[in-house]
Design a protein around this ligand. Sequence first.
Ligand code: ADP
Ligand code: MG
Length: 264
Amino acid sequence: MTANALETADREVPMVDVRGVSKRFGHQEVLRHVSLTVRTGEVVCLIGPSGSGKTTLLRTLNHLETVDRGRVLINGQLIGYRQEQNKLYEYSEKEICRRRRRVGMVFQHFNLFPHMTVLQNIIEAPVGVGKKPRRVAIERARSLLQRVGLSERADAYPSELSGGQQQRVAIARALAMDPELMLFDEPTSALDPELVGEVLAVMRDLAGSGMTMVVVTHEMGFAQQVADRVIFMADGIIVESGPPSQVINAPTHKRTQDFLKAVL
Ligand code: ADP
Ligand code: MG
């Protein structure tokens, strides 16, 4: 590597930069000094037993959860706070919402608006929050629906769709805000087994298109095929992290080994 290239690599700002984050609920320390970086374009799968802090960690990345200690930077910027000298000040709700738009999130339960059609669900935020002209938002929504294989269902209501279709709409809705980072919290856990594949296929496509993704999942096949890196969490710490071939196929820690034995 030339000195110049080295300098460029050094200066590259990670998409996600979690520095020493701790978080407690009451007496329970749910995140214990967690540090983690995700490069732009990287796909990271977060695995671990129930209660290990995966959801909490994910939620700190878009400031749905505050942190007690440490910092979360998204693309080089603090997500929920501004820093003056050495003190952090939480942004106003409005400013937090504005910043949160850069991060798309897909939940286990699809959380679509039941009284809106698929198309209305997708254009709601771009028009309401993003101030996109309606015509432009509709055009974009239609192309996103095509991308998730649902161009025929624009006028359907969520209740008329299968769980897999609803989740694909939820992904399209998140993408409509043009996020630079996508978070997924067990996006297929609530689905009937035969519907899991269609959602994972959309996520695989998205990963292939270069989207930066952090995915909490129990789908080890997906993690193995799509993740650049797998992170195993237990009791609020990152126990082990590396390429899937290492963490899933040859874990070095006993906790990881025990967990994988139980889920594989
Ligand atoms: P995971 O997603 O790995 O299952 P979570 O991040 O949801 O783990 O939860 C970690 C721990 O924090 C659990 O023990 C959970 O009960 C607790 N917890 C999560 N959210 C809250 C909350 N809002 N209030 C109190 N405890 C919580
Ligand atoms: Mg969870």
